[in-house]
Ligand binder design. Sequence first.
Ligand SMILES: Cc1ncc(COP(=O)(O)O)c(C=O)c1O
Length: 383
Amino acid sequence: MSLFKVYPLNPIAITKALGSHVWDDKGQAYLDMYGGHAVISIGHTHPHWVKSIEEQLHAMAFYSNSVIMPIQEKLATALNEISGKNNYQLFLCNSGAEANENALKLASFHTGRKKIISFQKAFHGRTSLAVAATDNPSIIAPVNETDNIIFLPFNDVAALETCFVQNPDAIAAVIIEGIQGVAGIYEASDLFLQAIRKNCDQYGAVYIADSVQCGYGRTGQFFAHDHAGVDADIYSMAKGMGNGFPIGGILIAPHIQAKFGMLGTTFGGNPLACAAALAVIEVMQKDNLIKAAAEKGSFLIHALQQIKGVKVVRGRGLMIGFEMEEGFADLKKILLNDFKIFTGEAKPNVIRLLPALTITTAEIEIFLIGLNKAVQQLSNTKA
Ligand SMILES: Cc1ncc(COP(=O)(O)O)c(C=O)c1O
């Protein structure tokens, strides 16, 4: 049997990982500035994380959500503490798309409405509603097409207000990434997030903060949306949450009430995933990783701004995108093949950096040396 070929693969097999490094099957080391796609928050195979999962595995790997799960309650308490979202409620699932799917469904149940406002270049996942709210027609199957999603320009307060005025009783939710990731690292402005809060309050809609990529401390606040100083009604989370162990979830404001059966899942909130997620929060607190993300991020952003060929640097904390001038289309490939550094990208010319929050200054410096050399190499071939 062959694998269903949906991913254009790098011809590299990663078989070992530790901290901000991974190794291939031939023993070659790579610096991971991509964090396995923003997933690795506390570093690959962190010993406390490994131990927590191992202990849970020996105690009890799985039972259904029909019984009390003390570890889920422990996770809810820890999330309250680290996020500061007092009295919010937690629903657990397995991935980012599922988190957004549940958030959107919940907003519709809560308001009794159907229309969702999403934004140009947004990415919210690949399940039916999440993908419909994603601004990329090439990944929307005909069955997922719906006229319930309204796409508006990003950071455009006037367009948002006009839409609410024209549909005063129809909007169930506004869903927005605090920093658009897949699009190429574009920050929602504080003013825009504040306008979303105000309009959702005025028209009775639910503000959903998609924090799947930009959440979990990556930007120097627990949620990137927190920089705007207003609360969302629902926060979706996934990538950094389990440090690679699949888990997702939504934090739900106290005024949104649960009803038996309205949401549900077999595997969501399973004890192994909760053990992984608890270990992540414990390490984040113990090592002050949210503050570290802000500091390391500022250092990295400033250093990137000094590099020849870099046109613009965007992002906050350790969620960074830098756009190159023309002629550097092969930069990501050269960083990987010649300098053994994994990075992410957004077409056509943005390199995305999403390293573990535990990355050290020395590792960032190694990256910067590699980047400078790669840029030099490409400049020489251009000349
Ligand atoms: C902002 C955002 N939302 C949702 C998702 C979907 O998450 P998952 O791939 O875990 O379903 C992603 C994944 O990249 C994302 O970046």
